[in-house]
Design a protein around this ligand. Structure first.
Ligand code: SF4
Length: 476
């Protein structure tokens, strides 16, 4: 910082960070900026950055995380929570830093390090171009997940179009996508989802109580508005999946979840995925404090049931989770909605085991069966693996089609960029599309969403029922 540069203004950000603006302004291809001192640890010493002012203060970053799948594999040591998710996905991060939706329960904003600590959102502007070059080098892929980290239809999207450009990268490669949002998507999102028969929309809604929802997620939609948008997407033939996540039991009642399910069914949603709130021990107290500050009732009841530690992580007591999930299973069956769980573990005396098979009636956790994609020859466009197990890699070696014949995929390892480049499938068998447990072939996947739900599991059995695993009470 030059000696003549003065600190002119200190601004408090939404999550208690400080921005110290300096009297240096400038302009570049992203617009007018003001220099400011920002720290990557909350309350830490600041370094100068450009803060762009339009449409609201934000950062522009040229960082670009490499493409990758889930962070953990199926077969981890006893001390590490194993991957419980059935859905293969390529994780993406169009926007970073502080998420302006400002949800009270957010795991991203709840962290204290990195760009989120500045209290400012950030656009990864060069990310789609870099990802395009990186995807060209990989040989296998799940659907592009836009995004597991932040809001894809972000307030910065109309300026930078990172999500739209990212979606186009996947479309150009012939890959399916799914968005996960707490916003009302623009119409172009429908067009991008209609490009691939397996693509789908996912929204996150964690309670059917409109007042609680507003307090927990002040930057998100009104529930009535999202129900309307679900109807739009559904009527245009798009599969709609809902993350009921995180369920803050105690504040949220089981009746709120049942009401939500009734409304979702009426709006035309197809699938719901359930996840109870969790938090590492260090952040438990601040999570409680945030819920209280938002004016939410029954924080003491939440405090009481948020009592179980599995694998070093606080979660809602197992008996409460199982009791609610049993009731939800019965209700979703009655409504004709498929269900699954998201990172729900039972206590196995170690880091936790996957609870999902007792409560999954869908093909994959995120909803529909989406095959893994491969390049038939180096540089060729991606194609779906014929006969790929409708439930994904996690249980394919035990119960699936094993259609890819690839040991790494059959082992359901955590796939980093290097693994995605080195894993090669060349030999496939088109006849395997006819396998009873195959994902739908692309032509059939375009058919009605009702057919997608019920083609393989008309009685809506759970996996534990199909695989003869016994009652959940035997393990919980
Ligand atoms: S055949 Fe099975 S292991 Fe292979 S990619 Fe498909 S789901 Fe994964």
């Amino acid at each position: 910082m030059s000696k003549r540069t003065k600190r002119i203004k200190k601004v408090k950000t939404a999550r208690g960070g400080n921005i110290e603006y300096l009297d240096e302004v400038g302009e570049d291809q992203y617009g007018t900026y003001q220099r400011a001192l920002l720290s990557m640890t909350r309350g830490g010493k600041g370094k100068p950055y450009n803060v762009y002012m339009e449409p609201s203060p934000h950062l522009v970053l040229d960082t670009s995380p490499s493409p990758r799948g889930w962070y953990k594999g199926k077969n981890e040591s006893d001390r590490v929570r194993p991957r419980p998710c059935y859905t293969e996905a390529l994780l993406t991060t169009p926007y970073g830093g502080f998420c302006p939706l400002n949800c009270a329960h957010c795991y991203v904003n709840g962290g204290t390090r990195g760009y989120r600590a500045t209290g400012l959102p950030a656009a990864h502007v060069v990310y789609p171009d870099k990802l395009r070059a990186q995807i060209a080098k990989i040989n296998v892929s799940g659907a592009g997940y836009i995004t597991s980290f932040s809001e894809p239809f972000h307030q910065l999207e109309p300026k930078y179009h990172v999500t739209r450009r990212l979606a186009q990268v996947f479309i150009d490669e012939g890959l399916p996508i799914f968005y996960l949002s707490r916003s009302i998507p623009p119409d172009w999102a429908i067009d991008t989802l209609q490009e691939n028969a397996y693509s789908y929309m996912q929204w996150s809604i964690n309670t059917g109580n409109p007042d609680h929802y507003r307090k927990m997620s002040p930057g998100s939609y009104d529930l009535d508005d999202v129900y309307e948008r679900i109807q739009d997407f559904s009527e245009q033939g798009i599969f709609v999946s809902i993350q009921v996540n995180p369920i803050v039991a105690g504040i949220t009642k089981l009746a709120d979840i049942m009401l939500l399910l009734d409304n979702l069914k009426q709006a035309g949603a197809h699938h719901c995925i359930f996840k109870f709130v969790e938090q590492v021990a260090n952040n438990r107290k601040s999570l409680m404090a945030r819920m209280g500050k938002r004016g939410l009732p029954d924080v003491d009841k939440f405090d009481k049931v948020f009592s179980q530690v599995i694998g070093g992580v606080y979660t809602v007591a197992q008996d409460v989770r199982v009791e609610w999930l049993k009731a939800i299973l019965e209700h979703t069956r009655k409504l004709g909605l498929t269900m699954s769980t998201c990172y729900e573990y039972y206590n196995d005396g170690h880091a936790g085991s996957n609870l999902a098979p007792w409560f999954t009636t869908s093909d994959q956790c995120h909803g529909r069966g989406v095959p893994v994609y491969y390049r038939p020859s180096p540089g060729a466009p991606f194609q779906p693996v014929p006969g790929c197990y409708r439930k994904g890699c996690l249980y394919c070696s035990d119960y699936g089609t094993r259609a890819c014949g690839n040991d790494k995929l059959l082992h359901a390892d955590a796939m980093e960029y290097k693994d995605l480049r080195e894993t090669v499938i060349r030999e496939v068998d088109d006849e395997l599309w006819a396998h009873v447990d195959s994902c739908l072939m692309p032509e059939d996947a375009k058919q009605s969403t009702r057919n997608i739900i019920f083609y393989s599991n008309p009685k809506m059995l759970t996996d534990a029922e199909m695989w003869g695993w016994g009652e959940v009470d035997e393990i919980c």
